[in-house]
Structures are given as structure tokens and as C-alpha cells.
Design a protein around this ligand. Structure first.
Ligand code: SAM
Length: 411
């Protein structure tokens, strides 16, 4: 989608094409047969280019509902822009934290389609949103207008390095993390755009700097004295946010967003969790807890300990409900070799198996095929190492008391 295509979509003919496309997508016909949908739009009198752009947009809007709810149907997206965009619940939280810190004006360097910039504006901040890509900048502008925020959200197409930051309260940067050649995700900060050297130096120019980075960021790259926060949404870690200068309030934070509830755990990220033995209940901590190195803090919440100092499964004598991880009851230890494991699962009639693993080189999908499961019972298999020994633990979600045939109670 280029700037001309966007202009076309915002014309009266474009609006009509978008409405017709939305109706087709709503009925599921575009998903089933995009060619037929394009033909129907052309038959309705829309020019082929406009029909194609409108159909793409309608499909993207539908997909964007997961991130933006009903607003998605007013907004404009490129495929990449939507993938890179921060979901609304996370962007709104970040914006609220900036507003609560008393910030009035923020500059967003690399705004994409504007998901973060829109959230800043929604929370009352005056925003300058900048993107080097003309199509991204045009989308951000269109989205500001579509959502009634253009009075506070100003968009400029420019190189981040060319923006004067001498007079801003705060700066936000969410660098592109893709290899533009092949569209693959890039985990190497050296391949960020704007480049990492520019991004990491922002805090020296503007103390109140906020960076959105890939969750896989190495702790060694996080500026000293900054707060690093890992955010998960319904169990998936979506980003690491770096809060610099006066915005940093704890060295490490794990934030678990579950539905509309937000749960936070803080700590230094430097405490080693206690180590004990395998016990009756196993907790699999949320990825935000593990990535933020707050497993020790999590262990103390559930009164648990690791069974292996390098593996983040926490064992305890009692179950607990926690937003920071899942709790399983350990039923028994099974043999690790596939043949014996298959036999053990067959004996217990387990036909549905969730496989979770940490610290062992097993491909769950391949193992599942090799296990040739059959039976009406369901269970969770946790594959891990306990003091260097590969260990298979048969578990079930804590609180589920459905009987398992052939179960040899360990506890
Ligand atoms: C990850 S996206 C931002 C997504 C945005 N935070 C959102 O939630 O919608 C990064 C953006 O940075 C832009 N960008 C990359 N290098 C840039 C540079 N040197 N100057 C300005 N923008 C740049 C890209 O065009 C891309 O739109």
C-alpha cells in the first residue's frame, strides 16, 4: 500500500469500495475466495486497483480487531505496519504511565501506522510522530484523523536522526526489527532501524526516553539504571520496554496482562531462586517473569523452589492461583526414552497430551507423532532436566481431578 493507494481509499469512491469490501469480508467470502471477491467488486463498478486496495484493507482491518477492537474498522494498515503495531492494551498502559509522570509532549521516532502515537494522544499528550517511510507516515496521519486525534497528534515523514529533540519532554522509539530484504524477524540489535547506536544513545539526549524492544533483548545491552519491563498478553511475551531516567522505578518488571487485568512483579533481576527437589505442584512461570529474571521473586510468591538451578520450573507443596504462571499437579515421573514413554501413556489411556519443555532438546510436535497417542484421557507432559538428568513429569492442571486410568500415585 503506497500513499496514492491510501489517498484513493480515502476518496468517496474509496469509502464505497471499503464498505463493499468489508461486507464481503464479513460474509467470509474474501477469506474463502479473494479472486471471486475482487471480481464482485469490479462488477460493482470499482476500478481494479481500488478494488484490490479496498479488499486488502478490509482483510487487514478484520485481522486488526485482535489488537485494536472496533477502532480497527476506522483505521488504515499495511501488512507490515499491522504486524509491528503495539496492541492497544499495551500502548494505552505505556501512554498512561507517561501521562502519570507529568509528561505533556512526546516525540515518537518511527511511529509506523501510529499505534503508540495514537495511545499517547488518547491519554492527553501532544505528540510528534515521525516515520521515514512515506506510506507509514501517511497511515499514521490518516489514523489520527479517523480517530479524531489529529489536533494533538502531528505526523512528519522524516529520518529519526534529523529530528530536533532539544525541546521535548520525552521521546519514544520502537525501532523496526525486520530484515527488509527477507521480511524475517531480526533479533540482532545491530540490525535495528533506526540503528541500535542511535536508539541506545537517545537517553543521553532526552532523559525521559522509552524504548520498545524485542523480548529477546540481552540484559547486557540494557542501559545501567534503566528499568526493563517485559510485557505478556494472555501468556505471550510481546515486548520489552526500557524506561530511562526518572521514568525508571524498578530495575526489572514483569507485567502480565490477562484480559482487562494487569499484574506486575518487580525486583532486581539478580536474585537466584532457591533450589530444592521435585514436589507435588509445578509452576510454569509466565514468559515475562522468566525473561525479566524474576523467577526468585515468583518462587517466593508460591513458596516454591527450582529443581534445577538453571531451569525455570518452580516446585511447591501447595497449589496457588497466580496470574504469573500456570500451576500443574505432578502425578508421577515417567521414563524419558520414547518407547517406554509411549507404553506408559498408552497404559494410562492418554490420548490428548499437552507437551511443555524447558532445558531439553525435544521437538514437541515430532515427539507427539512418535508417541502415537490413543485413549480418552488428557494430561500434560513436562520434559525438563533435574540436576542434569532428563526428566519426564506427567502432570495435570491443578484442580482438575478427572481420573487417569493406570495412574501410579507418586505422592
Ligand atoms: C516497529 S515500527 C513502529 C510501530 C509503532 N510503534 C506502532 O505501534 O504502530 C518501526 C517504524 O520505524 C520506522 N523507521 C525505521 N527506521 C527509521 C528511521 N531511521 N527514521 C525514522 N523512522 C524509521 C519504520 O518505517 C517503521 O514504520
Amino acid at each position: 500500500m503506497d500513499v496514492d493507494a491510501l489517498l484513493g481509499l480515502r476518496s468517496p469512491a474509496g469509502e464505497a469500495a471499503l464498505a463493499a469490501s468489508a461486507a464481503l469480508v464479513e460474509r467470509g467470502s474474501a477469506a474463502v475466495d479473494p479472486l471471486a471477491a475482487a471480481t464482485a467488486l469490479r462488477a460493482a463498478g470499482f476500478a481494479p486497483d481500488l478494488a484490490s486496495a479496498a479488499l486488502t484493507q478490509a482483510v487487514l482491518r478484520r485481522r486488526a480487531e485482535a489488537k485494536f477492537g472496533v477502532d480497527a474498522h476506522e483505521m488504515f494498515f499495511t501488512r507490515t505496519g499491522l504486524e509491528q503495531a503495539t496492541r492497544r492494551v499495551v500502548a494505552d498502559r505505556r501512554a498512561a504511565r507517561l501521562a502519570a509522570a507529568g509528561i505533556a509532549r512526546v516525540t515518537d521516532l518511527g511511529c509506523g501506522i501510529g499505534a503508540d502515537a495514537l495511545a499517547f494522544a488518547r491519554s492527553g499528550l501532544v505528540v510528534l510522530a515521525v516515520d521515514a517511510d512515506p506510506a507509514a507516515a501517511a497511515m499514521a496521519q490518516a489514523n489520527a484523523e479517523a480517530l479524531g486525534l489529529a489536533d494533538r497528534l502531528h505526523v512528519r515523514c522524516a529520518e529519526a536522526a534529523a529530528v530536533d529533540l532539544s525541546d521535548v519532554d520525552a521521546v519514544f522509539c520502537d525501532p523496526a526489527r525486520r530484515d527488509s530484504g527477507r521480511g524475517r524477524r531480526v533479533f540482532d540489535p545491530a540490525a535495528y532501524s533506526p540503528p541500535w547506536s542511535f536508539v541506545v544513545a537517545l537517553a543521553e539526549r532526552v532523559p525521559m526516553t522509552v524504548l520498545k524492544l524485542a523480548p529477546g533483548i540481552d540484559h547486557a545491552l540494557i542501559p545501567a539504571a534503566a528499568e526493563a519491563e517485559w510485557v505478556s498478553v494472555d501468556g505471550d511475551v510481546v515486548e520489552a520496554t526500557i524506561w530511562c531516567g526518572p521514568l525508571a522505578t524498578a530495575p526489572r518488571r514483569a507485567t502480565a496482562v490477562r484480559g482487562s487485568a494487569v499484574h506486575e512483579l518487580t525486583g532486581t533481576g539478580e536474585v537466584a531462586a532457591p533450589v530444592g527437589r521435585v514436589r507435588r505442584y509445578l509452576f510454569d512461570p509466565d514468559g515475562a517473569v522468566v525473561r525479566s529474571h524474576l523467577v526468585a521473586e515468583f518462587s517466593s510468591i508460591v513458596d516454591g523452589a527450582l529443581a534445577d538451578p538453571r531451569i525455570a520450573y518452580v516446585f511447591a507443596d501447595a497449589p496457588a492461583r497466580t496470574p504469573f504462571g500456570r500451576c500443574f499437579e505432578v502425578l508421577e515421573e515417567l521414563p524419558f526414552p520414547v518407547k517406554q514413554l509411549r507404553f506408559a501413556l498408552r497404559t494410562r489411556g492418554i490420548g490428548r497430551l499437552e507437551i511443555r519443555k524447558r532445558g531439553v532438546a525435544v521437538e514437541p510436535d515430532r515427539l507427539r507423532r512418535e508417541l502415537r497417542l490413543s485413549g480418552g484421557a488428557e494430561a500434560t507432559l513436562v520434559l525438563t532436566r533435574v540436576r542434569e538428568r532428563p526428566t519426564a513429569l506427567l502432570c495435570r492442571t491443578a484442580g482438575n481431578s478427572a481420573p487417569l486410568p493406570g495412574l501410579r500415585a507418586t505422592w
